[in-house]
Design a protein around this ligand. Structure first.
Ligand code: BMA
Length: 340
């Protein structure tokens, strides 16, 4: 009977039998709710570390460390009570309950000339070849992209900044596209940026980036002001599945929702299918109220390639972290059906 729970689309990833998970509640129906929230959201409270004002927009990956029992590691955006933005390492046995370091990550510079960061926020983490890469929004003459690697989530090595100011929302691909490493990013301005398109870039060595291609622009409704890549792309037989946030401008400010699109596997700047509706938008009280109201901001995904279960970690109202669940098959079918 195993075939009944197998994913219909082939996902190029790892088996993750103990992925954080809760079945779709009986009150939820696929036509109405493509994905569903964890019943105990938010999973990370704002004050989990000693001096944190808020913990949100954070990245997690499967990781077996030296310490017995820990199955997940992550890099967490913790704004402190002086409202300084920085990123902290964390670990977890189940992907839901986290132990996060009180102190920010102290990066070892791979080149002594590398500039210091004024701040760091919105990390993404991905395993490529032999190590974990972290990419974040880095303060250096304004927001640009910063990058580092780690093998063990103990020592972190800071690399060259891949993108100059102003840029945010870097998301690396888990493998090379052709001969090069690849990423999505979003050129921006120095402030809260009332515009934003997703761009694609390649690099042979993680230092020199080029072959910049436009991917997609805002285009109405919930995604009418700006769009940005969320978690690192997920490889499937139907294309790269990319969760992305979209922003609309209401009379009270920005509203951040998210959805998913399918991109060409060899030319990931080409959109195969992009839906008109969002999947998740701010509805629950922890998404509607907080330091920045009306924000649901996805930054990490865990996927079990065998069952196609996916768990998305997302920032809620720039204050706490939540989890939503879904099935890759259902999401891909929905993206195709709701294609613009
Ligand atoms: C973006 C980033 C995110 C944040 C969002 C909503 O520009 O700063 O970190 O979640 O705004 O405030």
């Amino acid at each position: 009977m195993l075939y009944l729970i197998m994913s219909k689309y082939i996902i190029n990833g790892s088996s993750l039998p103990d992925i954080p998970w809760e079945d779709r509640p009986s009150s939820s129906d696929l036509e109405k709710d493509l994905m569903w929230r964890y019943s105990k959201n938010p999973i990370i409270p704002r004050d989990l570390t000693l001096r944190s004002n808020s913990i949100f927009n954070s990245a997690v990956v499967p990781f077996k460390g030296q310490e017995a029992g820990f199955r997940y590691a992550g890099v967490f955006r913790c704004d402190d009570t002086a409202r300084h933005m920085d990123i902290h390492a964390g670990k977890s046995k189940d992907g839901i309950n986290w132990v996060i370091e009180d102190e920010p990550i102290k990066f070892i510079k791979t080149d002594p000339e590398l500039p210091d960061s004024d701040y760091k926020y919105d990390p993404r983490v991905i395993f490529i070849e032999d190590r974990y890469y972290i990419i974040w929004c880095n303060g250096y003459c304004g927001p640009c992209l910063g990058m580092a690697y780690t093998y063990d989530f103990e020592k972190f090595y800071q690399m060259e900044n891949p993108m100059m100011p102003y840029n945010r929302n870097g998301a690396l691909f888990p493998r090379k596209i052709g001969k090069n490493y690849a990423m999505y990013s979003r050129p921006s301005d120095s402030g809260h940026t009332p515009f934003g398109d997703i761009w694609y870039s390649e690099s042979p060595d993680f230092i020199y980036w080029g072959k910049h291609r436009h991917v997609m622009s805002p285009n109405g409704g919930w995604q009418s002001t700006k769009v940005g890549a969320g978690p690192c792309p997920i490889e499937t037989t139907e294309g790269w599945l990319v969760f992305y946030h979209g922003v609309l401008t209401s009379c009270n400010g920005f509203v951040y929702a998210f959805s998913a699109a399918l991109m060409d596997i060899d030319k990931p700047w080409k959109v195969i299918a992009r839906p008109r509706p969002y999947i998740i938008n701010p509805r629950e009280i922890y998404e509607l109220a907080g330091d920045v109201p009306n924000v649901t901001f996805p930054v990490a995904s865990l996927v079990d390639k065998d069952t196609g279960k996916v768990a998305i970690y997302y920032g809620c109202a720039d204050t706490v972290t939540g989890l939503v669940f879904g099935k890759i098959d259902e999401i891909i079918d929905w993206v195709k059906k709701n294609k613009m």
